[in-house]
Design a protein around this ligand. Sequence first.
Ligand SMILES: O=C(O)CCC(=O)C(=O)O
Ligand SMILES: [Mn+2]
Length: 208
Amino acid sequence: MTPDLFGAAPPPGLAYLPGFALDEEVGLIRAALAVAEISPLRAVATPGGRKMSVTMTNCGAAGWVSDARGYRYERRDPLTGQPWPNLPEPFLTLARAAAAQAGFPGFTPDVCLINRYAPGAKMALHQDRDEADMSAPIVSVSLGLAAVFLWGGAARTDKPARLSLQSGDVVVWGGAARLNFHGVAPVRAGSHNLLGAARLNLTFRKAL
Ligand SMILES: O=C(O)CCC(=O)C(=O)O
Ligand SMILES: [Mn+2]
């Protein structure tokens, strides 16, 4: 394992909870795949028409969608016409506990965006800014293949720190860092014992 990145000191504004979800890894993966049975993972295009390299789905009271009309939350899955699947109980329990551990007690997410990264998939630096409640943090759970999380600052041009995330790691950001830019470097090839050649990321949000 490369002790790259910043060793013991996580970047300012980001709570890094290594292995926080590891005991629940199997249940979380099962629950995510069950969501994708109902609301399938799908390719999404940006409002500018660029295809994102991740596939995604959602569960909860609404789901994050992107198309030519822009980025927004929708209460129904545009693919199925049905409400998104409910937030699975293990998701809620984990998200609440991680937020509390990171200094955000009382966090109750209403949405979980599920991203799937095949090797080579990435996410460009961006802000999570489509949520109504910016006082709530973002809780982000990594499952499957490792990835390098890019943690920037308040400006897009701020040089991001690089944090290696393994399956079961959780990061949380909020407060003054709630709108910090962040992204994911291209996922490297590999095979995870439960997910194979894939990384799943769950982000819990208070969106409505
Ligand atoms: O995959 C990740 O670790 C981050 C995902 C993310 O930032 C997002 O979905 O908005
Ligand atoms: Mn994000």
